[in-house]
Design a protein around this ligand. Structure first.
Ligand SMILES: [Zn+2]
Length: 339
């Protein structure tokens, strides 16, 4: 198993049928009608309707700790050594769950994972773009008392119609607080959304970024600046933003173009797979080679917000694994001086 980093997983998207039933029973709630529903979905909206309805069973700090622990234990089996986890506080505070229960529950799970699985990690608070910039600013203000638990801010949910520029002020405020910045862009929105995320929000990583390939100038810019793209192939198939054949997935072109792209899970309980499942599916489809799996792992580590020493240690683990399995991973991808 290649050691790697998970940089694009929504913790709410790991809420599977087993845990939904368990939490519904614990909290004396009905099991939501969509429990256990997975891909395919008619479109993004159908998926989001099921997704938000299922969240109703998450009520207490313990619920969030259990959700985080369940995910982190599964990630450890996928070779994940460092996990930067998205959380949408607005999905929970809107239902009356105190934001500290969300953040402290997940942080407790991360602390336990460090002890139990030797994994490092952190939380990225995402703003739901369909709720607009004012709600995003209120959400940021609500989490700032817990600033020490947070790595970064991000932007997710329905993309088209909610361009990054709307969120300029909230990202500026987050940066002033010393938070790192990432944003979903170029999943459904065009290359202009990616440019805005970079130029206006100061995003250091682009989540998805598939449609960046439509703009030659943008591809050159991403390559020159080594801007990471966190790509989620099974999610793209489930939501029909790529495919229908995984063999045609843009990750192959991204790697050929020398972009710092890596593969992640997105919402694995709904889209059919965790990080390792995504990688296995790409190899099975012939989209990436076994050697390129090592490049994807190295890119993920290089794209993380780990300190340099942490990156160097994980790259050394990847180098050792490459030697063990006889994989040819370019030395440049594994050079700590290059990250
Ligand atoms: Zn996502």
């Amino acid at each position: 198993m290649w050691p790697t980093a998970e940089l694009h997983v929504h913790i709410e998207g790991t809420l599977d049928a087993d845990l939904i039933h368990e939490l519904a029973a614990r909290n004396g709630l009905p099991v939501p009608a969509g429990a256990g529903r997975g891909a395919p979905f008619r479109d993004l909206q159908e998926f989001l309707d099921v997704y938000y309805a299922n969240l109703d069973v998450l009520r207490t700090r313990q619920d969030f700790q259990d959700l985080g622990a369940r995910y982190l234990a599964r990630a450890a089996t996928a070779g994940v050594r460092h996990a930067e986890i998205f959380v949408d506080p607005q999905s929970h505070t809107e239902r009356g769950v105190p934001v500290e229960d969300v953040l402290l529950g997940l942080s407790a799970a991360l602390a336990d994972a460090r002890a139990e699985h030797g994994m490092s990690g952190g939380l990225i608070v995402c703003f739901l773009r369909h709720l607009g910039p004012e709600a995003a600013m209120a959400a940021l203000e609500a989490v700032l008392p817990h600033r020490s638990l947070l790595l970064a801010v991000g932007l997710d949910s329905s993309e088209v119609g909610f361009p990054p520029a709307l969120f300029r002020d909230v990202f500026e405020r987050a940066a002033a607080e010393g938070l790192r910045r990432v944003a979903h862009a170029g999943e459904e929105g065009g290359p202009d959304y990616v440019w805005e995320a970079l130029d206006i929000l100061g995003a250091e990583r682009i989540d998805h970024g598939n449609r960046a390939l439509e703009d030659v100038e943008l591809v050159a810019h991403l390559r020159a600046t080594r801007t990471p793209l966190t790509v989620c192939p099974l999610s793209n198939l489930a939501l029909r933003t790529a495919g229908p054949d995984l063999a045609d997935h843009p990750i192959a072109v991204m790697l050929d173009e020398g972009l710092r792209a890596s593969v992640h899970s997105d919402d694995p309980a709904y889209f059919g797979g965790y990080l390792d499942d995504n990688v296995r599916a790409l190899v099975a489809a012939g989209t990436v080679t076994e050697d390129q799996v090592g490049v994807l792992a190295a890119n993920a580590v290089a794209s993380s917000f780990l300190p340099d020493a942490g990156k160097a240690a994980l790259l050394a683990e990847i180098r050792a694994h490459a030697e063990l399995v006889g994989a040819a991973v370019p030395a440049l991808a594994l050079d700590p001086a290059e990250v």
